[in-house]
Design a protein around this ligand. Structure first.
Ligand code: PAF
Length: 280
């Protein structure tokens, strides 16, 4: 497996593959890879001739008070996981390789970015769309793989790809959970043992909400109230949001009469965790 630090190096390799008629799958990540990322790489390996994984902690998607500096990094472990999973190339650029000093061009997607994480992290999706656009231009993948754990991000990327006529198929992949239900996340490493236990309220609320809808409940407020009660019973948890939105437009919608996303962001101590379920 090849590890590339430069844009030119990735472009040259992908050009070779394309000349040979090989398809390219792409998994964009911020590294510190876990089973959730591995499931994306596994799927990409199944569906493409060559797979590129990017490992880049993208500074422009972090707000000034967020965890850019402390975000966990381990390129060595990430490379081993990628190689074992069958990736052909890891793209791990320095910030200076991605952003020149006078970088001033951004991709801004409106509407789908206004609720949920877009409300509490105002510049986040502009940073995500900009870097994903750049990465798509560098890797020129046939298919790109994103986890449903970041469901709003998936909806935003789908919208950007549609609106800008980008030549890539976006594939959404299911959330991977620990045995006790906690959704896998690089940020779980921030949790103390006590916080790790408290964090289970997120998946408990997700499972409860899902069960209510499976039992026929269509009133979104009742579902959300029950979920909020579960979370609020945990003293270490502080709700950022628990919300129901239309899955395609991310507009607030409190009736289960179309595909909906039920999503939450909850602080456990200082760590902000997200979880969700999609009701198609
Ligand atoms: O989901 C992530 O890890 C990031 O937001 C992404 C898509 C790699 C862009 O930096």
């Amino acid at each position: 497996m090849q590890i590339e630090k430069t844009v030119a190096g990735v472009k040259a390799q992908v050009r070779e593959w394309k000349k040979e008629g090989l398809s390219v799958g792409f998994v964009p990540t911020m590294g510190y890879l876990h089973e959730g990322h591995k499931s994306l790489i596994d799927r990409a390996v199944q569906e493409n001739d060559r797979v590129v994984v990017s490992v880049f902690v993208n500074p422009i998607q972090f707000g000034p008070t967020e965890d850019l500096e402390s975000y966990p990094r381990d390129l060595n472990a990430d490379s081993i996981l990628c190689e074992k999973a069958g990736a052909a190339l890891v793209f791990a650029p320095e910030v200076s390789e991605m952003y020149a000093d006078n970088f001033t061009t951004f991709v801004d997607t409106s509407g789908v970015t206004e609720e949920l994480c877009g409300k509490s992290r105002p510049i986040h999706f502009r940073g995500v769309c900009t870097v994903v656009n750049k990465l798509f231009n560098i890797v020129t993948p046939d298919k790109a793989y994103f986890g449903e754990k970041d469901a709003q991000q998936l909806a935003v990327i789908r919208r950007m790809v549609r609106d800008l006529n980008m030549n890539v198929t976006v594939v959404g992949c299911p959330i991977i959970r620990e045995e006790d239900g906690l959704a896998k996340s690089s940020r779980n490493t921030y949790l103390s043992a006590e916080e790790r236990q408290a964090a289970l309220v997120l998946s408990k609320a997700v499972f409860a909400g899902k069960a209510m809808i499976a039992d026929g409940e269509t009133d979104g407020d009742k579902v959300l109230d029950a979920m909020k009660q579960i979370i609020s019973a945990e003293p270490m948890a502080r709700i950022d949001y628990v919300e129901m939105v239309k899955w395609d437009t991310i507009e607030v919608h409190h009736k289960v009469d179309c595909p909906v996303l039920v999503a939450m962001a909850v602080y456990i101590g200082k760590t902000r965790l997200i979880d969700n379920f999609i009701q198609e």
